[in-house]
Structures are given as structure tokens and as C-alpha cells.
Design a protein around this ligand. Structure first.
Ligand code: C2E
Ligand code: MG
Ligand code: MG
Ligand code: MG
Length: 297
């Protein structure tokens, strides 16, 4: 592809040739710079976690938090995980970074339990990428953190995308069985955006399906998305999964999900992802009825 671009550029004269090479160089340099900054960032403690509440739709209760990583760099400002997780994955940096996420999330949950913000039924969930899931020490690392922070396995959940699971299905199966045997919860993230079917995934010992935000965001305007969402929820329930809807932003969406018996919701309607310093206030004040009343008026 790069050769083709060069060839085409050369065809169009010398300036174009220079233009293409320098653009490609810039991209490469930017990428290498990102990797270098990422390497430093871990030691410089430039990362922090934010926590997005997950709500039991029927009970109106907080059931858990998804930990989401944030990178604040003095020169770059805020960098989205969508932009740096792939680079961390490519360089293997995701392993130490992902371990930090697991430890920090466990520490935070312990802190919330100790301070009476949440009961021991509230779950902390973290995202795992391909390399992290393939890491032979993943399970022992999780176990040692649960021990250190005195958490039950049922208070900890991992989110895996279909892509992560399908990367090496045989290995994934063995690992998932081991995690399940320990009592750690497993959810499939971004469900519906990959290539697998629910029937296929049924072979995997997974507890929860997270319906991707892309299906939820255009409810109620998009009737196709409503049909897909309803069907995924119904099928997931038949297969004994619980369902989380991602990206719930409006009362209309919540009402539709409620009518589909969707178990849990996550999204800006309930709360944005919160820095640790806002968790106390959220836990003390959260009340689904008042959110709904406020949105109705
Ligand atoms: P995800 O796991 O699917 O996380 C949900 C994303 O949707 C988060 O974006 C969250 O902030 C956003 N979101 C939640 N509710 C709403 C809503 O109502 N509306 C809209 N528009 N967005 C909503 P975020 O934090 O930027 O993370 C993006 C992705 O980066 C995550 O998608 C996950 O795949 C990855 N990621 C984040 N943190 C980590 C991490 O610690 N480790 C790994 N491996 N990946 C992570
Ligand atoms: Mg997730
Ligand atoms: Mg997701
Ligand atoms: Mg996603």
C-alpha cells in the first residue's frame, strides 16, 4: 500500500512524492512518539480511572461500576483510550497498564466498601484486551488482588469483546472455565458489533451480555435497532445470560429497555463515568426515581 502510494505520487511529479513520504514519516514519528510517551506515562502516574455506574433497571439500584482508564498528559492533554489502548496493545505495554487497572479498580472498590458507600453485592468490572486475556499470569494476578483487597470473586468482573474471545477460542474456553470456577464474573462487551452469534457464544461460560451502544443510541427513532435490541435481549435471556444495555442516554431508551425486560443499564442517563472523588456523592444521592422525575419535567 505504501509502495503504491509512492508510485502514484511519483507519477504526479516530484512535489507529490515528497508530500507523500513526509506525510508517512509524520505518521510514523507521531506513532513512535505516542509509544514513547505511553512508556513514560505509567511511571509518571499520568493514568487514572473513572467509574461508570451500572443500574438494575427494575429495582432502580446500583449494581456495579465499570472502570475506564483515562490518560492526562501535560503536552497532549486528554488522550482517549480508543487512541492509546491499541498502541499499548501493540507494544505489550498493555500488560503492566492492565495490571495497574485491575489493582486500582480493586483498591477503589475496597475503599468504597470500607466507607459504607456500597455493599458487598456491588461489582467492579474491568475491560481486558487480547494480550491481557492471553497473559498466562492473568488469573493468578486477579486472585492475588482479590486477596490483597479482601474481595470475593463475585465482586469482580471482566469484560471481553467478541474479538478477544474469538482470537483463540480453545484457549479462551479453558481460561473462561477457570475464571468461572473461581466465581469471577464475565461479560461480553460491545455485543452485536463482532462476527459471532449468540448461539456460538453459548459454548462459552459467560454470565452477561452488554448490548453495544450503537444499537441503543438511535432508539426510539430507528425501528430496526429497536427490533435488534429486543431480539438480543430475549435471546440472551433464553440462554440464561443477563443483559446490560450500554449507552443509555434518554428516558425513552430506558422505557423501551424496561419493556424488553433488560436487566441492567449503563449510560449518561444514569451517570457519566465518575472520578474517584465523585463516587461518595453519587452513592449517597443516587435515586433512579428522581432522575426519571427530573427528565419528565
Ligand atoms: P467500552 O468498554 O465499551 O466502554 C464504554 C464506553 O462508552 C466508554 O468510553 C464510556 O465512557 C462510553 N459511554 C458510556 N455511556 C455512554 C453514553 O451514554 N453515551 C456515550 N456517547 N458514551 C458512553 P471510553 O471510556 O472512552 O472507553 C472507550 C473504550 O476504551 C472502552 O469501550 C474500552 O473498549 C476501552 N477501554 C477503556 N478503559 C480500558 C481499560 O482500562 N482497559 C482496556 N483494555 N480497555 C479500556
Ligand atoms: Mg467495557
Ligand atoms: Mg462496551
Ligand atoms: Mg466499546
Amino acid at each position: 500500500n505504501a509502495d503504491l502510494a509512492l508510485y502514484r505520487a511519483k507519477d504526479q511529479g516530484r512535489d507529490n512524492y515528497q508530500f507523500f513520504t513526509s506525510e508517512m514519516n509524520t505518521q510514523l514519528i507521531n506513532h513512535l512518539q505516542l509509544i514513547q510517551d505511553l512508556r513514560k506515562a505509567l511511571e509518571a502516574r499520568e493514568f487514572h480511572l473513572v467509574y461508570q455506574p451500572q443500574i438494575d433497571i427494575k429495582q432502580g439500584q446500583l449494581i456495579g461500576f465499570e472502570a475506564l482508564i483515562r490518560w492526562q498528559n501535560s503536552e497532549r492533554g486528554f488522550v482517549s483510550p480508543m487512541d492509546f489502548i491499541p498502541a499499548a496493545e501493540e507494544t505489550g505495554l498493555i500488560i503492566p497498564l492492565g495490571r495497574w487497572v485491575i489493582s486500582e479498580a480493586c483498591r477503589q472498590l475496597r475503599h468504597m466498601c470500607d466507607n459504607g458507600l456500597v455493599g458487598d453485592n456491588v461489582v467492579m468490572t474491568v475491560n481486558l484486551s487480547v494480550l491481557q486475556f492471553q497473559d498466562d499470569e492473568l488469573i493468578s494476578f486477579i486472585q492475588s488482588n482479590l486477596k490483597e483487597y479482601q474481595l470475593k470473586p463475585g465482586q469482580f468482573e471482566i469484560e471481553l469483546t467478541e474479538t478477544v474471545l474469538m482470537e483463540n477460542l480453545d484457549d479462551a474456553l479453558i481460561k473462561l472455565e477457570a475464571l468461572k470456577a473461581l466465581g469471577i464474573l464475565i461479560s461480553i462487551d460491545d455485543f452485536g458489533t463482532g462476527y459471532s452469534s449468540l448461539g456460538y457464544l453459548k459454548r462459552l461460560p459467560v454470565n452477561i451480555v452488554k448490548v453495544d451502544r450503537s444499537f441503543v443510541m438511535d432508539i426510539p427513532q430507528d425501528k430496526d435497532d429497536m427490533a435488534i435490541t429486543a431480539a438480543v435481549i430475549a435471546m440472551a435471556h433464553k440462554l440464561n445470560y443477563q443483559v446490560v444495555a450500554e449507552g443509555v442516554e434518554t428516558e425513552e431508551q430506558l422505557q423501551f429497555l424496561e419493556s424488553c425486560q433488560c436487566d441492567y443499564g449503563q449510560g449518561y442517563y444514569f451517570s457519566r463515568p465518575l472520578p474517584a472523588s465523585d463516587l461518595e456523592e453519587f452513592c449517597n444521592d443516587f435515586n433512579l426515581e428522581s432522575i426519571r422525575n427530573a427528565s419528565a419535567s
